[in-house]
Design a protein around this ligand. Structure first.
Ligand code: FE2
Ligand code: FE2
Length: 162
């Protein structure tokens, strides 16, 4: 059985994972609108993954006899300055999510909730990959700079992500 404190923390994180999906979908829309379909597609896959993160947590809370309360999802911004701005904000957001997961893990440790601790290890490891992917995206996009050919090539590569 989940403690009330742990349950509340998980509910907050479920909302944040759903917000992440919303944010990446908004970024995907922006990229599609500026003609970067590869970036749009990459971000759409990213948004789907965030929903999976939310649902994995949703299932866990119910499995542990907890209650899921779905709160309103914050409206994400809808426009960015350019591709580099989008990528920098993906990285910034992933770094923020890592801090949230670390906080959640901290509460699990504090509460001696070993099941949640074990469950959250997956998210701790996932965030390593999330930050690395976002960082790579950022660096490549910055490196391409104003070179339209390089951006087009990157765009095609990013479209390959399933
Ligand atoms: Fe996530
Ligand atoms: Fe993420």
């Amino acid at each position: 059985m989940l403690s009330k404190k742990m349950e509340a923390e998980f509910n907050t994180q479920i909302n944040k994972e759903m917000y992440s999906a919303y944010l990446y979908l908004a970024m995907s829309t922006y990229c599609a609108n500026v003609g970067c379909c590869g970036y749009a597609s990459w971000l759409k896959v990213q948004a789907n993954e965030e929903m999976e993160h939310a649902m994995k947590m949703y299932d866990y809370v119910l499995e542990r006899g907890g209650d899921v309360v779905l709160e309103a999802i914050e409206k994400p911004q809808s426009t960015w300055n350019n591709l580099v701005d989008v990528c920098e904000n993906v990285l910034k957001h992933e770094q923020y999510v890592t801090s949230c997961i670390n906080h959640l893990m901290g509460v699990a440790v504090e509460e001696k909730d070993y099941a949640s601790n074990s469950f959250l290890t997956w998210y701790v490891n996932e965030q390593i990959e999330e930050e690395a992917n976002a960082d790579e995206l950022c660096k490549k996009t910055k490196f391409a700079g104003d070179d339209k050919n390089a951006i087009l090539l990157l765009n095609e590569k990013l479209a390959e992500r399933k």
